[in-house]
Design a protein around this ligand. Structure first.
Ligand SMILES: Cc1cc2nc3c(=O)[nH]c(=O)nc-3n(C[C@H](O)[C@H](O)[C@H](O)COP(=O)(O)OP(=O)(O)OC[C@H]3O[C@@H](n4cnc5c(N)ncnc54)[C@H](O)[C@@H]3O)c2cc1C
Length: 323
């Protein structure tokens, strides 16, 4: 049985994404426990700086580069990963639990007759077996899933691993892959504006809910996010009401986030919202109802009017960060 790990390192505009380094650290730890090597497949167009993965313990990098790989397309990414897997014969194929990873991982697993664990929050080797941690019941419980199959495909949530130095010189090779004709046509890419931080990659998120009362009050959420250098999110209630775009929705039918700090303002804490954010390391809730369910998952709770509390937090944050 192989002991090697194949990491799927995502790119944006030819540059490695932050999650690629988190994945490299997770892959290195698994490979060390198994006694294997880490190969990363880097897929994109105009890829540069792929050797930087060596910093976090990647031994070898296979670069699949071409116009067909410029934007994410599931069938093209699957073809690239399968071509890399054919070279490496890995025990583990590790994706980030992004839209791309959660969509392409199962397709790759099917083609490799591998076990598939999606959206894991932890990955370890116990008694020689790969064991993934998976949130259940919207994050209220965690299951440990031991992989019995010889090959596993796992997608690991972002922000659950901190990139760590394990420096080596990664050998970079080009891997030529013919992208299949895509069955999906990309119509439009809505890029975040310069000031926007992608929710799933953010270390700090300030989210608002229906307790903000009206869309014009959203400025207190945006201002606190600005003071903290944070991304801003929303509950489904305000997205459904048209106050905020769907790309900001956190939860079961929105994005899954695991920042270091999550501020939930005027959000009741419905289980569908918790499903998307209960993996956050520190949760601060601001709600005027002391019995709101959000306080059951919060590390710090402030009972009060979000319209009063958020500006105070923003002022404090600005003066603290200036020191
Ligand atoms: C299949 C399905 C999928 C779903 N997916 C999602 C999802 O992905 N994400 C999601 O968020 N929801 C989702 N929902 C909806 C979810 O069940 C809740 O309805 C929604 O999360 C409620 O949003 P909210 O907390 O903003 O609003 P509310 O439930 O109306 O809560 C508002 C809160 O604000 C507080 N409040 C009021 N005024 C103030 C004030 N001035 N200051 C401070 N606090 C105040 C109130 O006490 C209350 O706790 C889903 C539901 C279903 C059925």
């Amino acid at each position: 049985m192989s002991h090697d790990v194949l990491l799927v390192a995502e790119t944006r505009d030819g540059q490695l994404k932050k999650g690629a380094f988190e994945g490299a650290t997770a892959a290195r730890r698994v490979a060390d426990a198994l006694g294997g090597k880490v190969t990363a497949v880097v897929v994109g167009h105009g890829v540069t700086g792929a050797d930087a993965l060596g910093r976090c313990g990647v031994d070898r990098v296979l670069v699949v580069d071409g116009p067909a790989f410029a934007r994410y397309a599931g069938d093209a990414l699957a073809a690239a990963v399968l071509a890399a897997a054919a070279k490496v014969s890995p025990r583990l194929v590790l994706f980030s639990a992004t839209v791309a990873g959660k969509e392409t991982g199962p397709a790759v697993a099917a083609r490799l007759s591998a076990a598939c664990v999606a959206d894991a929050t932890g990955l370890a080797v116990e008694g020689g077996e790969l064991v993934a941690t998976k949130p259940r019941l919207g994050g209220k419980a965690f299951a440990k899933v031991a992989v019995k199959a010889p090959v596993a495909v796992v997608s690991l949530r972002q922000n659950v691993v901190t990139p760590a130095d394990a420096p080596r010189t990664a050998a970079v090779e080009r891997l030529d892959v013919a992208a299949p004709a895509s069955r999906v046509r990309l119509q439009q890419v809505v890029a975040p504006t310069a000031k926007e931080i992608e929710l799933t990659e953010a270390d700090v998120i300030v989210s608002g809910g229906r307790g903000l009362q009206a869309p014009e009050n959203w400025k207190v959420v945006l201002d606190l996010a600005d003071a903290l250098g944070a991304a801003h999110g929303a509950s489904r209630a305000v997205v459904d009401a048209g106050w905020r775009p769907h790309k900001e929705q956190v939860g079961q039918t929105g994005k899954t986030v695991s920042p270091k700090l999550y501020v939930a303002a005027g959000i009741s804490g419905a289980i569908q919202h918790l499903a998307g954010m209960s993996g956050s390391k520190v949760i601060v809730a601001v709600n005027k109802d002391p019995d709101a369910p959000i306080f059951q998952v919060a590390d710090y709770g402030i009972v009060g009017d979000a319209m009063v509390v958020l500006p105070l937090l923003a002022t404090e944050a600005r003066s603290y960060l200036k020191r």
